[in-house]
Design a protein around this ligand. Structure first.
Ligand SMILES: Cc1ncc(COP(=O)(O)O)c(C=O)c1O
Length: 476
């Protein structure tokens, strides 16, 4: 039994911590005493199956002994060393990434470490601007790339853009944080196409077979003048925005970036390391092999045992960076402890072939979701694979009418999230001991660790069945 006084902890948390997402009036602490496997354990001993996998980042599961051993060993050897020193961890993790994880990639040459996902995006954008001498970076509606600097300017999820939202008034942007040297291109969200098309008729209607969203992306890049555009950034599937694109989309983006001679950064922060059933999302989301110029990673690189980000760059970019002096170094980038966690995690993932495990359980889980959709008239779309699924909740399957009209353009304002279908489904699923969720009012984002078992997958389906039954009674 825990000797911690949890009522004191709740009191101090409310009194001394600044909390995101809600006002202090709306806030109530969710106290967790420990984590075990794919479960969170509350102080009263309740076990919650975490099918949000925290932020889709504990890819190998919680408290993996092999990862813990790796960290403990490093803790005995090292305190702290900054970037100019080389540890075996820093050299070996890069070797593992380039040779063992990305083997035969034909593109990946070198690695640069960062503090986390957003910092990896900052680094990639800096490299792109340094290499090309051009300022502009293209992003896409509903993208999420982080909270600082260039990353927040590339972020187009309205709730995650820099602003304060209120229960009763319009949101207020954070001054000076908007869109310098970035511009926004359309999204491959076929279920609700912002260009008004239907997939796959949209590409069949064109002589060049391009998806109209790719064709318009190209026009928009050209219209900003190629002498100004350094790069385009794409998530392989959208994590926070929760959109799974058709599998010809990324290959068409690759062809486009080759035609235009711009750099293509794939932001793998959420989809990397098995999430979609392959090592990287760009591999799972493409109907033919593609070669990005850079990928940004974080989260799953250590299964979140310790924070770490990285950018993996092509030979061309590595050669350019090798030929210049650049003086941007963050104190903790390359810290030995997170790199020890990455080494242990990657070796564990390689030995147990966790991406393949995610792929397998994804097939099983998707079959359960399809049965659920046959039972519930509010499940309009199931998309995804591995341990990442997008589930669109609609009032009517034929018309695809959403419950919350703003959908992905919500500002998180308003008095009551009780009308958001995902909040209602999540609340009732939690009553059954299962955590599910998402950031889009009509879209559940689902996925556990890569080693989720069939029993756990069944428990999620059962809890959602209950959640959808209750939600349909309350909101339809
Ligand atoms: C695709 C993507 N990029 C970047 C980030 C930012 O990563 P971090 O929160 O580690 O800064 C996230 C976080 O969820 C993400 O999903």
């Amino acid at each position: 039994m825990s000797t911690i006084d949890w009522s004191k902890i709740a009191e101090w948390d409310e009194k001394y911590n600044v909390h995101a997402f809600v006002t202090s009036e709306e806030y109530s602490p969710v106290l967790i005493e420990r984590t075990e496997g794919n479960y969170l354990v509350t102080p009263d001993g309740t076990r919650l199956l975490d099918f949000c996998n925290q932020l889709y980042c504990v890819n190998a599961g919680q408290n993996v002994p092999e990862i813990q051993r790796g960290i403990k060993e490093a803790l005995d050897r090292y305190g702290f060393l900054w970037d100019i020193y080389t540890t075996d961890y820093k050299a070996e993790v890069s070797k593992i990434l380039v040779e063992d994880v990305l083997k035969n990639s034909g593109w990946a040459a070198k690695v640069r470490y960062a503090l986390g996902g957003g910092d990896a995006v900052e680094t990639a954008v800096l490299f792109a601007r340094l290499c090309t001498g051009k300022p502009l970076v293209a992003t896409r509606e509903h993208a999420y790339h982080g909270v600082g600097g260039a990353a927040v300017q590339l972020t187009r999820m309205v709730p995650s853009r820099s602003h304060a939202s209120y229960p009763n008034k319009a949101p207020r942007p954070v001054a000076g944080s908007m869109f310098q040297n970035t511009f926004v291109c359309p999204t491959p969200f076929c279920y609700r196409c912002s260009l008004g098309h239907r997939y796959p008729e949209c590409k069949a209607a064109r002589a060049d077979g391009l998806l109209p969203c790719v064709a318009l992306t190209e026009e928009m890049i050209v219209s900003h003048n190629l002498s100004n555009v350094a790069a385009i950034v794409t998530e392989p599937a959208y994590g926070a925005g929760t959109i799974v694109p058709p599998k010809e989309y990324l290959p068409q983006i690759e062809d486009m970036k080759n035609r235009l001679g711009i750099i293509w950064i794939v932001d793998e922060v959420l989809m990397g390391f098995g999430r979609l059933g392959e090592w990287f999302g760009y591999q799972a989301m493409s109907d033919r092999p593609v070669k990005p110029d850079m990928i940004t990673v974080a989260k799953g690189i250590t299964s979140s045992a310790l924070p770490l980000g990285a950018v993996i760059v092509s030979r061309e970019i590595a050669d350019f960076m090798d030929g210049i002096r650049w003086n941007h170094v963050s104190t903790f980038a390359g810290h030995p402890l997170p790199l020890a966690a990455a080494k242990a995690n990657l070796n564990y993932m390689l030995e147990t072939n966790l991406p393949a495990a995610a792929k397998k359980i994804g097939v099983y889980f998707k079959a359960g979701l399809e049965e659920l959709a046959a039972k519930h008239k509010t499940i309009g779309l199931i998309a995804g694979e591995g341990m990442f699924f997008q589930l669109e909740i609609v009032k009517n399957k034929e018309t695809r009418e959403p419950f919350i009209k703003e959908d992905r353009f919500t500002t998180f304002s308003g008095n009551d999230f009780g009308c958001w279908p995902i909040k209602v489904v999540s609340k009732y699923a939690a009553e059954k001991g299962v955590l599910v969720g998402g950031f889009v009012p009509n879209t559940l984002r689902l996925g556990g660790a890569c080693n989720t078992t069939e029993k756990e997958a069944d428990a999620v389906i059962e809890a959602m069945d209950y959640g959808f039954t209750k939600m349909e009674k309350e909101l339809l």
